[in-house]
Ligand binder design. Structure first.
Ligand code: HEC
Ligand code: HEC
Length: 276
């Protein structure tokens, strides 16, 4: 639905700022309410054209990535004002019901907690630049197919985490540390010291992956010291290295990346960014 780009959006932007704020505070008020209200309104007002599951019928699917990528405020605006291609205005429902419907629509889109691009209040481009540049997140974490392997892929992380939760995960890592992410320091009989993450271990062997991504196959009988720390490889000092605005920019980048990348099955054995 590329026709929405350009001119027709222009008049929507006039009140977009105010609307965004109004929308977000309405969302906050909505948090306590169940989805029953929205589900009912959706069934009565939307299902006839968009299908009871929102997957599309007479009117387009509402779970398509380009609709998922719309902010909460934009969705509220669309429902309130309608769209000239046959989507009626639902202003008569009233703001609270419109918010309920949009909230329910987010659950149909698999965006249960309404973390949408509207929650990305930072500068996404600046966040991307930090991720791949100064903050060096990409040296460990892959996102959208680019970056390191030693830590989890963060592509989907922003789909299920709000900005403040992401910022918290960055500045207070290892809270608590996942057992399989613990940094382990070993010393071998030959005096070799290695620091990494145990990828596989039994009574006889240990497979250690060091930060450079390389795997080391070690015999337990060759190890004279094994120290298991209570932290992961994630740096502990981002709270000092990054300003709150920079953290918010990175969080915004992760949120938008999560919203705009179609979900695809991860290869077996790779943990999901939003998994824990
Ligand atoms: C009479 C049929 C009809 C009903 C009822 C209807 N829609 Fe639509 N809707 C459409 C059509 C047609 C489009 C596509 C408009 C276009 O792209 O020009 C659309 C588009 C949309 C879009 C995408 C707007 C965009 O960015 O292109 C959203 C979101 C949406 N509808 C939500 C809803 C919700 C929520 C309801 C119930 C409150 C609803 N619709 C009820 C026909 C309907
Ligand atoms: C030196 C490697 C390294 C760097 C650099 C790094 N991380 Fe991490 N990070 C890890 C490890 C290891 C973990 C814990 C296990 C895992 O998720 O893989 C982790 C955990 C996380 C988690 C929690 C993941 C979850 O599923 O709970 C987030 C979010 C995260 N990092 C984001 C970032 C961001 C954003 C940056 C850049 C500001 C960054 N990390 C930099 C290694 C790194």
């Amino acid at each position: 639905m590329t026709h929405l780009k350009g001119g027709r959006w222009a008049n929507l932007w006039v009140s977009a700022g105010l609307f965004l704020l109004a929308g977000m505070s309405m969302m906050a008020q909505e948090q306590g309410r169940g989805d029953a209200q929205g589900a009912g309104e959706f069934a009565i007002n939307c299902a006839n054209c968009h299908g009871s599951d929102g997957q599309g019928a007479k009117a387009p699917s509402l779970t398509a990535p380009n609709i998922v990528a719309l902010s909460n405020a934009e969705l509220i605006r669309v429902v309130h004002d309608g769209v000239s291609g046959g989507m009626p205005s639902f202003a008569q429902l009233g703001d609270a019901n419109i918010v309920s419907v949009v909230r329910y629509l987010r659950t149909l889109q698999g965006q249960g907690d309404m973390v949408g691009p509207a929650a990305a209040t930072g500068d996404v481009a600046a966040g991307r630049a930090l991720y791949f540049g100064k903050a060096q997140c990409s040296s460990c974490h892959m996102i959208q197919g680019k970056g390191g392997f030693i830590a989890s892929d963060l592509t989907a992380y922003g789909r299920s985490h709000a900005a403040n939760a992401i910022a918290k995960a960055i500045v207070t890592p290892d809270n608590p540390v996942a057992p399989d992410a613990r940094v382990v320091e070993v010393r071998t009989k030959t005096g070799k010291k290695l620091t990494g993450v145990v990828r596989n271990e039994d009574n006889f062997d240990m497979v250690l992956q060091t930060e450079d991504g390389r795997f080391h196959f070690l015999a337990q009988s060759d190890l004279i010291d094994v120290h298991r720390t209570d932290h992961s490889l994630m740096p502990q000092d981002y709270g000092r290295r990054l300003t709150p605005a920079e953290l918010n920019n990175i969080a915004s980048f992760l949120i938008v990346a999560g919203q705009t990348t179609p979900a695809e099955p991860l290869p077996p054995g790779r943990r999901h960014g939003g998994g824990r």
